[in-house]
Ligand binder design. Sequence first.
Ligand code: ADP
Length: 376
Amino acid sequence: MPVTEKQVLDALAAVRDPDKGQDIVSLGMVSGVVVRDGNVGFAIEVEPERGPRLEPLRKAAEAAIEALPDVVSVTAVLTAETGARAGASVRPAATQSAAPQSVAPPHNALTPGVRAIIAVASGKGGVGKSTVAANLALAMHANGLSVGVLDADIYGPSMPRMLGMSGRPSSADGKILQPMQNYGVKCMSVGFLVPEDTAMIWRGPMVMSALQQMLRDVDWGELDVLIVDMPPGTGDAQLTMAQQVSLAGAVIVSTPQDIALLDARRGLTMFNKVNVPVLGIIENMSYFLCPHCGERSDIFSHGGAQREAQKLGTEFLGEVPLDLAIRETSDDGRPITMSMPGSPYARTFRDIAARVWDKVSGEGSARRAPPRIVIE
Ligand code: ADP
């Protein structure tokens, strides 16, 4: 029998706050519990000044859940708040004024069953945007969310290959398409509808109607999150897309060189222009980890994204190294997050996914300053 939310809360009720002596459930510190198919995620809210010291508490909470039968994975995050907590409510009330980084997902008329649409974008092609989008989607699924991927990279749709999907989507009535599905994630891509090697010239209006069709004419059902793999660049097509789709937020993927060339900054400016919150920057191919000796080389003066994010007032969500295993697994249709879930990279993607979800879902994030996440 799959683990239930009640079992999770009962188990957490045995975990004590080391400073206060009481258990973390009665203290109202547990929020955002997500339980799906044995994957459990939750946040432990702590005062900001205690955050750095409470890693052992986070670990103890994870261990308490791991000990339950039929638990596949556990992700606990420490979040810090500044204001007074009004009980252990999981959702912020709409009337409470949101802190700058909390994002209320906008209602999307084209996809009413989807809670939040998140764009994954990059200033230019080849930075690993699709690789990150695929891994982020699988990481969100591993964290217990229901996830869809919309491959809007109409110039080079790569999601069918990366998510190991082939064939054509079916339609019972000739109007609404069923999304394809693999590894528990739904997906729709132009790549399912036209052969991968067909050169296509897309004009602005065609881009929009293709995107609208993939949103409106696909049976996405109820989803927590729809990840949109955007076309690379910051031209008109991207701008129109960002304007038309009610995005809850955007994640910018960049390489260290890309940061240096300011391409990532253009991406940020584009989303700012259309009032889409930028959730943060992920630095991909950040450093090179030698597969033979394990030595790390910062070949592209790594760390630029972190500095740039700070300068631009957005969050640095994490760094993913240049690693053959990441390339091989995504190019083989078995992204590392699902094929090597115990690897440090899979954990990185799950941590980033948890942070991104925390920001867009508003679960426990409103009425706070930017919540802190403590990543091992
Ligand atoms: P984009 O969507 O930005 O054009 P892709 O995700 O298609 O980029 O990635 C381009 C190539 O780089 C792919 O072959 C992919 O497997 C590889 N790649 C992406 N990220 C990494 C990484 N962190 N380490 C190694 N190879 C990577």
